[in-house]
Structure formats: structure tokens, C-alpha cells
Design a protein around this ligand. Structure first.
Ligand code: 4NP
Length: 164
């Protein structure tokens, strides 16, 4: 039986660039702090365009340079996810709107947030912009945003779920 006390699913459009990066960065933080048994981490996409694929090679390369492995395989976000996860975190406003429309009830909607809202240094409503059609610099920026937001998220989980 799972001993997890809290579960998070990171969500973007394709589930091959941003949300796999967020997942890998957060997994690394959780592992470093020996919280892997307590926190479940996953990611998904609002589209089904890349189902079954590993993370985009540009995302994987950027993460690797920073010592982070991206283990995800793309899957589509499903209704069941709104029951399983305490946090469903959107990378941008479009993802957020899609997720809020999919959420089955107000309790589920309350668990949907923008990921960057957990970064205390970013202004409310900030997005992790889609790097897919841009240059390589976009992938570094995505990584930095994910790292800052992941730190804030872990801090909030620690206090809310009384984790060590
Ligand atoms: P992601 O990036 O949502 O961060 O995974 C994208 C990946 C693929 C596409 C768009 C964005 N696409 O158009 O296929």
C-alpha cells in the first residue's frame, strides 16, 4: 500500500518539455531531502499528442547539464487524476483553463494552481512559457523557473502536511 501523504501532478500541453522538467526537478529535491516515501510525483499533458514519448531531447539535455534526470513518459491528463492528486499544477494559463474545465467539482478545482504561483519571487499569474518552438535558451529558462517554483512548493507541502 502507498505510504504517500501528498501527491502532485505537473501538467503542460505536450508532457514532453515543461511538466517533465518540473517533475524531474521536484523528484530530485524530494529525494535529496529523503521524502520519496511521503511525496508522490507525476506529470501529464492536456493534449494526447506525444503519448508514450520520453521527454524532449532538449529538455533532457538541459536537465542533465544540471544533474537532473527526467524519467517521465508522456501521458494524457484524465478525470481520475483529479481524485488522486492533492496538487495539479499548470505551467501556463491555457493549461490552467483546460484543467479547471475538466475538474469534476469545486473541491477538485481548488487543487488546481499555476506552478509558478509557488515561487515567492514571481508575480502572481506568471507562466512557464512553452519552449517547444523557441531556441535553446528557452529550456534553460524553463529549468530555472521550475527550480524556483519547486522549492516554494516543497516548502508549502512541508508546512501543510507536517513533513520533516
Ligand atoms: P510542453 O511543450 O507542453 O512543455 O510539453 C510542447 C510540446 C509539444 C508541442 C507543444 C508544446 N507540440 O505542439 O507538439
Amino acid at each position: 500500500m502507498s505510504q504517500h501523504v501528498v501527491a502532485v501532478c505537473f501538467v503542460c500541453l505536450g508532457n514532453i518539455c515543461r511538466s517533465p522538467t518540473a517533475e524531474g526537478v521536484f523528484l530530485a529535491l524530494v529525494k535529496k531531502d529523503d521524502l520519496s516515501q511521503k511525496i508522490r510525483v507525476d506529470s501529464a499533458g492536456t493534449s494526447g499528442w506525444h503519448v508514450g514519448e520520453r521527454a524532449d531531447r532538449r529538455s533532457s539535455a538541459t536537465a542533465r547539464e544540471r544533474g537532473v534526470h527526467l524519467p517521465s513518459r508522456s501521458r494524457r491528463l484524465v478525470q481520475e487524476d483529479f481524485k488522486l492528486f492533492d496538487y495539479l499544477l499548470a505551467m501556463d494559463q491555457e493549461n490552467l483553463e483546460h484543467m479547471l474545465a475538466m475538474a469534476p467539482n469545486p473541491q477538485a478545482r481548488a487543487r488546481v494552481h499555476l506552478f509558478r504561483d509557488f515561487d515567492e519571487s514571481s508575480s502572481k499569474g506568471s507562466e512557464v512559457p512553452d519552449p517547444y518552438y523557441g531556441g535553446p535558451r528557452g529550456f534553460d529558462d524553463v529549468f530555472d523557473m521550475c527550480e524556483a517554483s519547486a522549492r516554494g512548493l516543497l516548502k508549502e507541502m512541508r508546512s501543510k502536511f507536517k513533513l520533516p
